[in-house]
Design a protein around this ligand. Structure first.
Ligand code: ZN
Ligand code: ZN
Length: 613
């Protein structure tokens, strides 16, 4: 090493005039480069249209900034903001590129951009892999984006691999990463893994709980969703509007109006922001749990409405048997300048059907194509078949089905069969039911339908044949279950249920109900029972259907006059439907039943479905 004094001496021998300009020169390169970089960055900052992107790109190339990581990253994020991330990725990674030009931030920008659009989620994962191939370690911002993409793609294995990497790099303690892991596992329908991540997270926030609750709701595990929401309060974690949307949707699924009302008052009390989406969820809950008036009150109170708000109301009114109100709501929506979508048309056609407005229905159906220029879907055709069948126009319905551009699905065939049954066209009903059994051979309820038609025509031998056919195919009965909500608790009853702690009282009540109903003129419809047992036993088997047990329980537990609400997972049987009509009259109770297909509002011996379901 040269001694300092020697260095100084050497410097003296150097011509100062040579030294100074060269120093100035290198300084000017730096300042020019900085200036160029700054000018590109500020151009990108102000860039608000895709047309300017290529101009800026040319400038970057001209200034030799194509390897400048700061500029490249800003360029990519600008492209991403303008939905043009493809432009950036088209030149960013040429073969043999020097990977030291890239960093995690750049990749995160790309992975995030692709994770947000529906059909490019696989690209998000592709760039995640490229990031690893370039030797760049993902950070805590990378994982939420790539997990979101995995959730959208829905491949369990992919998600598992990314989760493995999360653990390896020690990001499993990161709150945001944990939250997206739960979301991802729920999306790929692996609730067990989602729960495991949830349970093992060292910290949690409202997003964590919401991810788990909405996961449960989406997977149809509504009771678990409600249970977790209760736990959330015990842990004093404040839910937000997204949580409440999921909880409301769980209540809707459970048909739990009382619980739904409680959730509503909770939203009020906790001042949770009433976004349009939250209001829509409340409207949906009230109209699907049978309290259409409350739904209407909420709808009228909304300052801003979306098409979902309108269609929820239209369908709600139609399904609750208020056809003409649904039609005026539809007209009101059009006057408000909102063009009806296919859901709105399902609502209006259902309304016409429930109100027997055949001509109106035909007019609306034609207007889908003529006025609104879209092709009616199979659901719209289904509504028309329902409309004709209810009105007793069975032949017209049959012709309509023959002319459809689709093959009829099981819903349409079932509607036709119901029409035949109600309007006494048993021969036609029989042949359509056989067709239905051909396309759905394992569906038990189809055999029940055929059996009930044979019972009407007194073809007892054929009934035995059905029983044999079912045994041969090994068709198992889907266990019917009825849920009832009393004092904010949900009770479930299956057929012949004796598991309830007050089972003895319930069966005593059931006997009493039987006597009262018979006095009022009720005769059990034993054709519902397929088992080869004599009539007295059949009556007994029918008597033990879950809905009757649930109603007996409600009569025991609730004060006189309280409305009763039950939810059944299958279609209600003919006998229960007839029995509930009598119960509503004898015990003077309003009974609302939601079965697999629709609402039945029983009052004073009459059902809102007018015996067509
Ligand atoms: Zn029944
Ligand atoms: Zn009914």
């Amino acid at each position: 090493m040269l001694h300092l004094s020697r260095k100084l001496e050497l410097c003296r021998h150097v011509n100062p005039s040579l030294l100074v300009p060269s120093f100035q020169f290198s300084f000017s390169i730096i300042t020019n480069k900085r200036a160029a970089e700054q000018s590109c960055l500020s151009l990108l900052q102000d860039c608000n249209s895709t047309s300017k992107i290529s101009q800026i790109h040319n400038r970057i190339l001209k200034l030799g900034l194509h390897n400048n990581v700061l500029v490249l990253t800003k360029f990519t994020s600008t492209c991403s903001d303008l939905n043009a991330v493809d432009y950036a990725t088209s030149f960013l990674f040429p073969p043999n590129a020097d990977s030291s030009t890239y960093d995690a931030f750049l990749f995160n920008t790309i992975i995030r951009a692709y994770s947000q659009t529906g059909d490019s989620k696989t690209r998000s994962v592709y760039y995640f892999k490229l990031m690893l191939d370039c030797g760049i370690l993902p950070n805590k911002f990378t994982f939420p984006f790539v997990l979101k993409a995995c959730a959208g793609i829905g491949f369990m294995n992919l998600g598992l691999q990314v989760h493995g990497l999360v653990l390896k790099l020690g990001f499993d303690h990161d709150l945001h990463v944990g939250n997206t892991l739960i979301h991802m596992y729920c999306c790929v329908r692996d609730v067990e893994y989602a729960c495991k991540v949830f349970d093992e997270m060292p910290k949690s926030d409202s997003v964590t709980w919401t991810a788990m609750i909405s996961g449960y709701t989406r997977l149809g595990m509504s009771s678990d969703a409600v249970e977790l929401f209760r736990k959330m309060q015990i842990f004093k974690i404040r839910p937000d509007e997204i949580t409440m949307i999921s909880v409301l949707s769980a209540c809707t699924d459970l048909g739990a109006l009382e619980l739904g009302k409680w959730v509503e008052s909770y939203i009020e009390k906790e001042n949770i922001p009433r976004t349009v989406e939250l209001c829509n969820a409340s409207i949906d809950m009230f109209s699907k749990t049978g309290d259409i008036n409350r739904a209407m009150k909420l709808f009228r109170g909304m300052s801003k409405r979306t098409i979902v708000s309108w269609t929820s109301m239209i369908s709600g009114l139609a399904n609750n048997g208020q056809g003409s109100e649904a039609i005026s709501m539809f007209e009101e929506m059009k006057e408000a300048g909102i063009a009806p979508d296919d859901v709105a048309f399902i609502g209006i056609l259902t309304a016409c059907s429930h109100s027997g407005l055949v001509e109106e229905g035909r007019k609306w159906f034609d207007s889908i194509r003529n006025e609104y220029s879209f092709e009616p879907k199979i659901e719209h055709y289904g509504c028309m078949v329902d409309l004709f069948c209810r009105a007793g126009l069975i032949e017209e319905a049959e012709q309509f089905v023959k002319k459809m551009p689709f093959k009829p699905n099981s819903i349409i065939l079932r509607t036709l069969i119901t029409g035949c049954r109600v309007h006494g066209k048993f021969r036609l009903g029989e042949s359509i039911t056989k067709e239905l059994i051909r396309i759905e051979p394992m569906q038990e309820s189809n055999y029940v339908l055929l059996s009930s038609i044979y019972a009407k025509t007194m073809s007892w031998e054929n009934k035995t044949l059905i029983r044999e056919a079912m045994d041969k195919k090994g068709i198992r009965k889907v266990p019917g279950s009825t849920m009832i909500e009393i004092d904010n608790r949900i009770y479930e009853f299956v057929s012949g249920d004796k598991s309830h702690y007050e089972s003895d009282e319930i069966y005593k009540m059931l006997d009493e109900m039987g006597r009262e109903m018979k006095r009022a003129g009720y005769v059990s419809i034993t054709s519902e029972v397929l088992l080869d047992i004599d009539d007295e036993d059949k009556e007994d088997a029918l008597n033990r259907h879950g809905e009757k047990l649930a109603i007996a329980f409600a009569l025991l537990k609730t004060p006189y006059g309280t409305p009763i609400r039950v939810v059944k997972n299958l279609r209600v049987c003919f006998d229960c439907h007839s029995a509930i009509k009598f119960i509503s009259k004898v015990y003077n109770r309003q009974i609302t039943m939601r079965d697999r297909n629709r609402f039945h509002h029983f009052t004073n011996g009459i059902c809102s479905c007018k015996d067509f379901w």
